[in-house]
Design a protein around this ligand. Sequence first.
Ligand SMILES: *[C@@H]1O[C@H](CO)[C@@H](O)[C@H](O)[C@H]1NC(C)=O
Ligand SMILES: [Zn+2]
Length: 493
Amino acid sequence: MASPPHSSSPNRPLSKIRFTISHNSSIFSLLVVLYLLPPLSSAHLYAGVEDTKGVKNDLFLEVLRDEAVARLNVLGKVSDADGYLERTYLSPASIIAGNIIRGWMEEAGLRTWVDQMGNVHGRVDGMNSSAKSLLIGSHLDTVIDAGIFDGALGIISALSALKVLNINGQLKNLKRPVEVIAFSDEEGVRFQSAFLGSAAIAGVLPVSALQIQDKSGVTVQNVLKENSIEISEESFFELKYDPESVWGYIELHIEQGPVLESVGLPLGVVKGIAGQTRLKVTVRGSQGHAGTVPMSMRQDPMAAAAELIVLLESICKHPEDFLSYDDQCKGFSVESLVCTVGEISCWPSASNVIPGEVTFTVDMRTIDDMGREAVIYELSNRMHQICDRRSVSCNIECKHDANAAACDTGLSSQLKSAAYSAMKRMAGEDVDDVPVLMSGAGHDAMAMAHLTKVGMLFVRCRGGVSHSPAEYVLDDDVWAAGLAILTFLETQM
Ligand SMILES: *[C@@H]1O[C@H](CO)[C@@H](O)[C@H](O)[C@H]1NC(C)=O
Ligand SMILES: [Zn+2]
């Protein structure tokens, strides 16, 4: 267990840290905000809502909804930038955010520490401190100009649920240790390397990651040192958890997609996180004058790229029409296949010049790893055919390739029942079945799947919008999220 990096860091004068609460605010005004949050007594907690049959339900509205929403707003203001939310790996604001989370962990009855990658941990032993532990996590870092729910909701809903157990004196009834982890890096904004926090704990981060540099040439190791964390190769390897000591990992996260909103339900269970391939396609033709080269004599890489992109769209919409398969594989389809060309550039990029070279990216995701391979194979064959026909050259490079992470079926069905009973308790009547979704976005659970079985819940967000200040989750959906985690924890007693 490492000592907290931010307890006494001489390199971080508070005056350097800016908040978006107001231009001249300081740590003290932040603390004032924290103290202004309504105090909650256990008497309040039992003031549950009344359902139609007049039966009192204990739904802990004040902790699981009102206080959780207030906390999301508090954390949403802890930013390195003025006017928008930005908290990158071990930035001044992320250290503050970690300290605030640590305070909430302690209030929930957890013992806390910060590890050598800056992850914030809070743990309660329950009945048997040597039993395998349940880990619950999400990330405290954000993208640039982020929303306030991405990452934070998973941490806050877990802490709210544990706070309810703490107030009710039930923490000691947990049959295994429960540990909440606020991961220091998931988005990978600063070092262009995602999952620095969770991958270290899962033991899949190479020690060379310490030497990755940010834009200003500062390495991960430098940043840790600035925060009073001296990390050596040995202590780096000690970050890895022993798989024998862990029972499983769960994570609650906003969906970042539109499915739950379209079915009208606050919660869904995730069956797996999509695998992903990123390609860079370079098409070279013959650069020329836009006015003088006849159409029949052109080798235009731009028109070729357009055809390649349309081909990609067709294959990804209807893979069954393109994949050649033998008799055994009849009906083979690639589940939830999505493909995107998000970046394109050309040389020399002038309105009166036939380009000499066009480069574009392909981002392909599906939960079906074999399907992804088959689609990539078919795609590159057909792309080369198109390029040959058009007499342009075409080079396809694989820049990133990661297999899907499947969620554990047992853990998923427990999370599904917890989500169902939370929705039912809130509605006071039977509700629709909890949808089962695929995650197209990466999550810490993807890294943690290398360590232990994982399960995930998704929470509805407005319009499916994320990585934007427009990201929004209804207060009652925050409540449903906390209640689902609480219900899940009740199965661990
Ligand atoms: C506590 O957990 C350990 C490890 O699973 C087990 O061997 C031991 O029997 C448990 N103790 C009790 C009192 O249940
Ligand atoms: Zn996230």
